[in-house]
Ligand binder design. Structure first.
Ligand code: NAP
Length: 274
């Protein structure tokens, strides 16, 4: 029997991760024989964990909160989008080298443009939050050529860093009502705490797409707010999760899985589990 190709997702906490199910479905599509583990890495022990996986002949890993910056720093070579984000969610171990990519942005853009059918070019975008996910998304979002990206964050200093690095605009939450946006993205974990974002409902006036990076079995408080305001397309982040995983799979094995049926299967699993 062919030896299984070994993968893992590293994070802390990691129990909630759906990545093993997603990659199992991708592997079935190609008849690839893989083993994909969830590994909770103690804080401060990321490099040791990587060394152990390389010794055990893993081909690659996904990396999630809070290790994406450590993953980027561990790399011997990285893609330009990982370099711009200064964070990586995908590592490949090859001939003693660690290759890094960041597929969060490409996954997000593909989900918005292809599944939701919203063309980002020349559109005005508001992003709530300025953490690791926003850093990962910005390089791919800028490549899609929006007219303007505005970032609003609780701590302005963190948003200002992104303004300096990526040339986006940053504003306070209470200034978000002054303009209209075509796409509003919630990149804060407020929905996980069942809280609404710190913006007025009127911020969604004339908004075409509202996208919460958190995924859930029912509309999040952010999605509910957008729906009440009449936003045409309202989505959670499950599609991004599946698309970024497909880009990781391609980075490791050179073939990109189709994602529509995997998205549907995951959606069913999430509805059934909650
Ligand atoms: P992070 O680096 O910890 O950043 C969190 C951001 O949210 C920061 O800007 C923080 O503001 C803000 N924030 C936290 N709690 C808040 C609150 N109660 N009210 C207002 N703002 C708050 O996290 P991240 O990696 O960027 O991830 C953000 C979210 O995206 C998470 O929920 C994560 O699960 C999700 N995500 C989804 C996908 C996907 O594939 N769907 C991929 C990546 C991330 P301060 O700077 O002021 O602290």
């Amino acid at each position: 029997m062919a030896k299984k190709i070994l993968f893992a997702v590293l994070g802390n906490p990691i129990a909630h991760s759906r990545s093993p199910e997603i990659h199992k479905l991708f592997a079935e599509e190609f008849g690839d024989s893989i083993d994909y583990q969830k590994i909770e890495v103690p804080l401060g022990e990321f490099d040791t964990a990587l060394d152990n996986l390389i010794d055990d002949e893993y081909l690659g890993v996904n990396v999630t909160i809070p290790f994406k910056v450590d993953a980027f720093k561990s790399a011997t070579k990285c893609t330009s989008r990982a370099r711009q984000a200064r964070a990586a969610n995908t590592l490949k171990f090859e001939a003693g080298k660690i290759l890094a990519d960041n597929t969060d942005g490409s996954g997000f853009v593909r989900d918005v443009q292809q599944r939701l059918g919203f063309d980002i070019a020349n559109k005005s975008i508001l992003i709530l939050g300025a953490g690791g996910a926003v850093r990962g998304i910005l390089p791919s979002l800028l490549e899609a050529d929006p007219r303007k990206i505005t970032i609003s964050n609780r701590s302005l200093a963190r948003a200002q860093e992104l303004q300096d690095e990526f040339g986006v605009q940053c504003i306070l939450y209470d200034e978000t009502g002054a303009e209209e946006y075509d796409l509003i993205v919630n990149a804060t974990p407020t929905s996980l705490q069942n809280k609404a974002p710190l913006i007025e409902e009127s911020t969604f006036n004339n908004c075409e797409v509202a996208y919460d990076l958190v995924y859930s079995s029912k509309p999040t408080p952010f999605m509910q707010m957008a729906e009440r305001a009449g936003t045409k397309i309202v989505s959670d982040g499950l599609g991004m999760l599946v698309e970024q995983a497909a880009d990781s799979y391609e980075f490791w094995l050179g073939r990109r899985p189709q994602t529509a049926s995997v998205y549907e299967a995951l959606r069913k699993q999430i509805l059934a589990s909650e």
